[in-house]
Ligand binder design. Structure first.
Ligand code: ZN
Length: 293
C-alpha cells in the first residue's frame, strides 16, 4: 500500500525549512460583489465594500508586508488589474507574486465551458495589458474549479492551481483522462479570513474577534508545523485590510517567526520547489457520475 498522506517533501522545504507559510490575498475588490450578483453594478453602497480593499486595504497590507519583510501572493481578477491598475502595479513593484483570479470573479458553471474559457483568457489579458504580468498560478474566484478549467490551466502553461481543498501538501493534480495536470497547492476554509469576518447583508454571519481568529490560525499552524507542511493563509484586502485585522496578521507573522526553521514564501516558490523535488506521479481517482444520473 502506498503512503498517500505524507509527501516526500514533508518537513524538507526550501532553505531547509520545516514548515512554509504562504500569505495569500484574493484581491477581489468590487468583483466579489459583482461576481455573485450582476445587479450590484448599480449599487454604490454594496460595491464600496470591495472598493475599501483597493483604496485602504492593499496599501496598508503592502506597508505591513514591507515592515515585516515577508513575501506574499495576490490573486487578482483581470478587471481589477484594469480598474485598479495603480494598486496592482504597486503589488508587482513590491516584488509580490500576482496570480490569476478570473476576470470578473465569475462563478464557474461546468455546463458552460465556453464561458470558463472566456473568463480565463480575459483574466490573462487583463493582467498582461494592465501590469505586464503572465501569472504562474491560478485560484478560482468562487472556490470552485471544473475539470475543464484544470485542463485549460495546463494548456495555458500555468505552473500551479490553488483552488482545491483535498490535501494539506502540494501534489500533482490528475486530469479527467487520468494524465497529470498542474501542481495543486490546496487551501482550506479554516484558514480563510472571509469565514470569520466578511459580512454580507444577504448572508449575514457573526463577526469574530481577533483572539478567536488568531487562535484558529495558531492551532492550525502548530499542527501543520508538526507535520512539516505548508500553511496557506487566504485573506481578502477588504477583510484583512481593516485596521484591527492588520494587527491580527502582524501578530500571526510574529507568532510563526518564533518557531525554528519556518520560512515565508510565495505560492509559486512552493510549487516550484515541489516540481524540483517531485515524486513519481500517482493519479488520484476522480468521482464519476453513475450512469443515468
Ligand atoms: Zn475571490
Amino acid at each position: 500500500m502506498t503512503n498517500t498522506s505524507v509527501t516526500p517533501t514533508s518537513g524538507t522545504w526550501m532553505n531547509g525549512a520545516r514548515c512554509v507559510v504562504m500569505l495569500t490575498f484574493d484581491f477581489d475588490a468590487e468583483t466579489l460583489w459583482i461576481g455573485r450578483d450582476e445587479s450590484n453594478w448599480d449599487k454604490a453602497g454594496v460595491l464600496s465594500q470591495g472598493a475599501y480593499g483597493a483604496r485602504v486595504g492593499v496599501p496598508r497590507i503592502l506597508e505591513l508586508l514591507q515592515e515585516e519583510d515577508v513575501p506574499a501572493t495576490f490573486f487578482v481578477p483581470g478587471w481589477v488589474a484594469e480598474f485598479h491598475t495603480d494598486k496592482v502595479a504597486a503589488i508587482h513593484a513590491a516584488g509580490h507574486e500576482i496570480g490569476h483570479h478570473g476576470y470578473l470573479h465569475e462563478w464557474v458553471d461546468p455546463k458552460e465551458p465556453e464561458k470558463e474559457r472566456e473568463a480565463l483568457e480575459k483574466g490573462l489579458e487583463g493582467l498582461k495589458s494592465a501590469v505586464g504580468v503572465v501569472p504562474k498560478g491560478y485560484r478560482s474566484p468562487a472556490g470552485e474549479v471544473s475539470q475543464h478549467v484544470a485542463e485549460m490551466l495546463l494548456e495555458k502553461g500555468f505552473l500551479y492551481d490553488s483552488s482545491m481543498l483535498d490535501d494539506v501538501f502540494p501534489y500533482r493534480s490528475t486530469l479527467r483522462d487520468g494524465s497529470p495536470g498542474v501542481i495543486e497547492v490546496p487551501w482550506s476554509w479554516t484558514l480563510d479570513d472571509a469565514v470569520y469576518a466578511l459580512f454580507s447583508i444577504k448572508s449575514p454571519r457573526a463577526v469574530f474577534t481577533n483572539q478567536h481568529i488568531l487562535q484558529v490560525y495558531k492551532d492550525e499552524f502548530d499542527a501543520i508545523y508538526k507535520w512539516g507542511g505548508v500553511f496557506n493563509l487566504v485573506m481578502h484586502p477588504q477583510v484583512s485590510g481593516r485596521p484591527s485585522r492588520l494587527e491580527l496578521l502582524r501578530a500571526f507573522i510574529h507568532y510563526a517567526r518564533r518557531f525554528p526553521d519556518v520560512c515565508f514564501a510565495q505560492v509559486q516558490e512552493v510549487a516550484g520547489y515541489f516540481q524540483d523535488n517531485e515524486p513519481p506521479f500517482e493519479a488520484r481517482a476522480i468521482p464519476q457520475r453513475p450512469a443515468g444520473r
